[in-house]
Design a protein around this ligand. Sequence first.
Ligand SMILES: [Zn+2]
Length: 174
Amino acid sequence: MKSLVIVDMQRDFVDKGGVLYFPKAEDIKDNIIKKIEEYEKMELPIITTQDWHDMEDREFKKFPPHCIKGSYGARLTSRIEDVLKDYNSHFSIKKKRFSAFFETSLEDILKEAGINEVEVCGVITHICVLYTVEGFRNRDIQTSVLEQGVASFDKAAHECALKFMKEVLGAQIV
Ligand SMILES: [Zn+2]
């Protein structure tokens, strides 16, 4: 079973006015919406991840406070929220570290839904996307990363992460 995995398309990252907003995020929104519609037509599972931090998270020593549990900025960007509303095969992962596997139920969801192949999109290419792809690859899940569906505020790091995901982790960049 194949699944679409959408990493951290949250208001604090991808909407103007968000704490960690970066303009490159605008370029991938339409492509991700299109992908979601394809998966919904095929009735395949869609997994979204969200950064979901406590107020005092240690990560805030490195990054300004963002995606606080239950806050406006932690919600998925509104177009993605809308297109996923009422979709039965949507699984939501709330995470507090870069990898969507860390202290979450992602591994159980994969097993229960029989997912052995994923297409990954979202932000940020060299942070949560990279560490989540690492988690998929080390569990032998076939992984494609949508080049037009991932974005970063750092062009060099973005390119480097794509290279690592391909050459080190064995993901396909499509
Ligand atoms: Zn975070």
